[in-house]
Design a binder for this molecule. Sequence first.
Ligand SMILES: NC(=O)NC1=NC(=O)NC1=O
Length: 169
Amino acid sequence: LTISQVNELNYEEFIDLFGNVVEHCSICAAAVWRFRPFRDVYHLHQEICSFVDLLPDTGKEGVLRLHPDLAGRLAELGSLTQESSAEQKAAGLDTMTPEEKQLLKDTNAKYRDKFGFPFVICARQNKKEAILKGIVERLEHSAAEELNIGIEEVKKICMLRLLNIVPDK
Ligand SMILES: NC(=O)NC1=NC(=O)NC1=O
């Protein structure tokens, strides 16, 4: 899709197309429709990021809580969204050893218990080794730090999902 085609969409089509660029947060797309015409895909991304940045902390925590765990229950059940499924595969999370899987599961649980929201990282920019290293390191941070780091990762995931829909050719 080109950005001029995006600018021609009505808001139902726009929300349908971009409703999952932030996982399970179609409100992000619904909210930014008013800013069209978008100059390019980066302008669209920037408006989504601004919307997310302006959320109160409870809203940001909510955005993170809508993310599925990496190689978690939903992945095992095969019930990830197609975007998440592709991203988790790209990181090689489907080729983890049982020990790696158990380490990620245990650390995900510790992370959730400590922060009250899940560990979120852009899986397409981190292979499984970086993910396993990242979650152990980030577990030592404060909730405030991790809220911000998680949201920055959501923005990266969003950028890549947007580029899948509106290629920057
Ligand atoms: N908890 C997560 O980080 N989940 C995810 N990161 C991605 O890049 N895709 C996901 O599903």
